[in-house]
Design a protein around this ligand. Structure first.
Ligand SMILES: [Zn+2]
Ligand SMILES: [Zn+2]
Length: 102
């Protein structure tokens, strides 16, 4: 699979579930290590650690900072999302797909 340069719209997606961040269930939460994942995925983590680099999350999830800059980007755009969002982190996202999105 060819490596593509990330498009800016990819920053508006949760890298785990590949859903667009939004203000309610999928708030973008900044982890201490610099990664951002949506709150829904964060709540489903089996252990409190960054899924990408395993940095332990020592703060309570409710206390972690919301990435408001991202949230504004999401809210301010009519996004044209790629027609095909591939499952590039299958190990993580596919088990999550079985959950209802609400
Ligand atoms: Zn997510
Ligand atoms: Zn991380």
């Amino acid at each position: 699979m060819p490596v593509q340069a990330p498009q800016w719209t990819e920053f508006l997606l949760c890298p785990i579930c590949t859903q667009t961040f939004e203000e309610t269930v999928r708030r973008p939460i900044s982890l201490g290590c610099g990664h951002t994942v949506c709150k829904m995925c964060l709540n489903k983590l089996h252990r409190k650690a960054c899924p990408f680099d395993q940095t332990a999350i020592s703060t309570d999830i409710e206390q972690l900072p919301v990435n408001t800059a991202l949230l504004q980007l999401v809210g301010g755009q009519e996004l044209e999302l790629p027609a095909l969002l591939h499952c590039y982190v299958c190990v993580w996202c596919c088990p999550l797909h079985i959950y209802p999105s609400t």
